[in-house]
Design a protein around this ligand. Structure first.
Ligand SMILES: [Zn+2]
Length: 85
């Protein structure tokens, strides 16, 4: 089975704070997903911005990818509080 991965151009900067997506050293991931309260806007978020503005992970909400090549899709965290509502 093929590994799912980010298929866009090389992810670089967070759309919200303009920091590099990998600027949070202990969280080498980013999220391509929806913003809280906005149904159509998808954006690239660094971990910090995801925690503040992300609508959560899952189908139709957001996907989490590694910031390191080959940008594999990551499983969602079991303790991700955004999934509990
Ligand atoms: Zn950010």
């Amino acid at each position: 089975m093929a590994v799912k991965r980010w298929r866009g151009p090389e992810p670089g900067w967070c759309d919200i704070c303009d920091n590099l997506l990998d600027h949070v050293d202990d969280k080498q991931w980013f999220v391509d997903g929806k913003l809280k309260g906005m149904t159509h806007r998808w954006t690239l978020m660094c971990p910090d911005c995801y925690e503040l503005y992300g609508a959560g992970l899952g189908l139709g909400k957001g996907q989490k990818y590694s910031v390191n090549e080959p940008y594999e899709k990551l499983e969602r965290d079991k303790n991700d509080t955004f999934n509990q509502r």
